[in-house]
Design a protein around this ligand. Structure first.
Ligand SMILES: Nc1ncnc2c1ncn2[C@@H]1O[C@H](COP(=O)(O)OP(=O)(O)OP(=O)(O)O)[C@@H](O)[C@H]1O
Length: 554
């Protein structure tokens, strides 16, 4: 349960609303118990009037109406306040999780997959709603109401308080604790299986064209069916635990009722307690077990909430690849880039860069060439400090990038990576990510530089054209050029382009490269490319070979 407790500050932050929800829940259950008790008292009293026993019908009938009304109003309030506070809590948790996730992406060390991350941010956090709505709230209610009911019974019937206490707290605290232990394994299995199911769906949808082309849809179907079967088995086990718990609560309630009846009849025979009051007390006691039922139901789901909490915690505790230093230095103005004896490898003993030295003055354009896998993208990643060099120093405007605030560095250096995405939204929305205050003229200029203006002007909605998920309504080349326009629009004085012309036809590629100097005029450009560069397009070309960078003729 440690993982669940680690989220207690989030609950504490909304403690006012949760306490109100608990108070309303106590009132709801109290009104329910009162309603049953008074009804039993009333009906028995009314029945006894036919036997000639005097009974005032007006008091109890008014109480029945009062309790009914109170119960309706407080239940409504409890649901409203409890759900509202829980939904806000989940939103707080999601926002916190997302903020922690961004500096950690791409996640190091483990094979984190996108579908799994989505599950952790959505379904796992959703699973935590059980914690308050069905567990903490009802347990607090049980404690308050159970204690009150014990006191009432002890007042009227000697020994009844103890019998009720044992039965009620056995059903609402001890039994759920045992069920929680039994539900941990199926809960973990359910959370894991539902994440697998999500990943199977995402893989199937994202890769459906390739799966069909490769004739592998049966494989994808089987993966989905297996995950589905796992989930169903885990859910069945959870439901079985809930059903057993339910039956045991009824058993506890039945045995407690028999015990109270036994004591009550003795008292009645001795003339110490009237019949209507005895029936009222018995029915009120029985009614109070309603809260034990909801605790037991939630106990079967707490295992899943616990597993979900562990997954959420594990994600948030993953160490970021890089951190800002405690006392960062200011990033000076300027656009120069320097690599001094930089050594880097993603895994130990497999160096990608070996004593790399590079000097690019502000406003210069240089190209990085080399075989696939030689480390060109890695150089650009180190420039943005997406990872730290194991030896040597990377400098921007003369300052060590490890010593400055990452946000400042990222404002200075814009990257067009090989898998830069098109975001859901319009063409304008996508461009504004590069420069939020850009006007239409700025957007068009960037599109012209990226050679996408002709296409956009043929669209009826122009800049307001809605792009499908991941830019599905664009061709791969158009999507690439849109991302490029976004980078060109940014205010960054250093532009890092990783294969900017991939996906472009040879003619567009040539035009783009020949326009590059005009489009990036005054800015420093590092371009990693396999494309053939015409003379004069860049000031210098560097070749990466076996981790070594050297000036190239090409
Ligand atoms: N996240 C990573 N974890 C482990 N190894 C990696 C990672 N990213 C890249 N590598 C490895 O580092 C080496 C350099 O990769 P990099 O992407 O920098 O090459 P590149 O020259 O840009 O290749 P390409 O021209 O194909 O884009 C490759 O051997 C690659 O397998």
């Amino acid at each position: 349960m440690k993982a669940l407790f680690s989220f207690s500050p989030f609950f504490a932050h909304r403690s006012g609303a949760f306490l109100l929800a608990i108070a309303l829940s106590v009132l709801t259950l109290g009104a329910g118990v009162g309603l049953l008790g008074v009804s039993g008292w009333f009906l028995t009293g009314a029945a006894l009037t036919t036997a000639g026993v005097a009974f005032n019908l007006f008091g109890p009938s008014a109480l029945v109406r009062g309790f009914s009304f109170l119960r309706i109003v407080s239940r409504y309030g409890e649901k409203l306040v409890g759900h509202d506070a829980t939904l806000r809590l989940l939103a707080d948790l999601r926002g916190w999780q997302f903020r922690r996730l961004i500096p950690r992406v791409p996640l190091q060390g483990k094979a984190w997959r996108r579908g799994d991350l989505v599950s952790r941010l959505t379904a796992d956090i959703d699973a935590l709603d059980t914690v308050f709505l069905s567990a903490l709230g009802p347990i607090a209610t049980a404690l308050v109401l159970g204690t009150a009911m014990t006191a009432v019974l002890a007042w009227y019937l000697q020994g009844a308080g103890l019998v009720y206490e044992l039965g009620f707290f056995g059903a609402s605290l001890v039994l759920p604790a045992i069920l929680v232990l039994a539900a941990i394994a199926p809960g973990e299995a359910a959370v894991g299986a539902s994440a697998d199911l999500r990943m199977a769906v995402l893989d199937g949808v994202e890769g459906h064209t390739d799966l069909r082309a490769l004739g592998a849809t049966a494989w994808a179907q089987q993966t989905f069916t297996d995950a589905s079967a796992h989930l169903q088995r885990a859910k069945t086990r959870q439901a079985t635990i809930a059903a057993i718990g339910n039956a045991l609560v009824q058993l506890f309630a039945g045995v407690t009722l028999v015990g109270l009846l036994w004591i009550g009849l003795d008292a009645h025979s001795a003339g110490a307690l009237g019949g209507p009051l005895l029936v009222g007390l018995l029915l009120a006691s029985l009614g109070s077990f309603e809260v034990a039922l909801s605790i037991v139901r939630s106990a079967s789901r707490l295992g899943a909430a616990q597993a979900a909490a562990q997954r959420v915690k594990a994600l948030s505790e993953t160490a970021p690849a890089v951190r800002d230093v405690d006392a960062p230095k200011e990033l000076p103005q300027g656009g120069s880039v320097t690599f001094e004896n930089v050594c880097f490898g993603y895994v130990p003993h497999r160096p990608v860069l070996d004593e790399v030295n590079l000097q690019v003055g502000a406003g210069e354009r240089v190209a990085l060439i080399g075989a696939s896998g030689s480390g060109k993208s890695t150089i650009l990643s180190l420039l943005l400090r997406l990872a730290d060099a194991q030896a040597g120093t990377v400098r921007v405007a003369g300052e060590n990038v490890a010593q400055v605030v990452q946000a400042d560095l990222h404002r200075r250096v814009a990257l067009l990576s090989q898998d830069t995405p098109v975001f859901l939204g319009t063409i304008r929305d996508n461009l504004l990510i590069g420069k939020p205050d850009a006007n239409s003229e700025d957007c068009r200029r960037a599109l012209t530089a990226a050679r996408l203006d002709a296409f956009v002007s043929t669209l009826p909605d122009g800049l307001e054209t809605w792009l499908g998920e991941a830019g599905r309504t664009l061709s791969a080349g158009q999507a690439r050029r849109l991302c490029l326009a976004r980078v060109l629009l940014s205010q960054a004085s250093i532009i890092a382009l990783d294969e900017p012309t991939s996906g472009l036809d040879p003619e567009t590629e040539r035009d783009f490269l020949s326009d590059l100097s005009a489009a990036t005029s005054g800015r420093t450009v590092l371009i990693a490319t396999h494309a053939k560069l015409a003379p004069g397009m860049v000031e210098r070309v560097y070749r990466l070979d076996n981790g070594r960078l050297s000036l190239s003729e090409a």
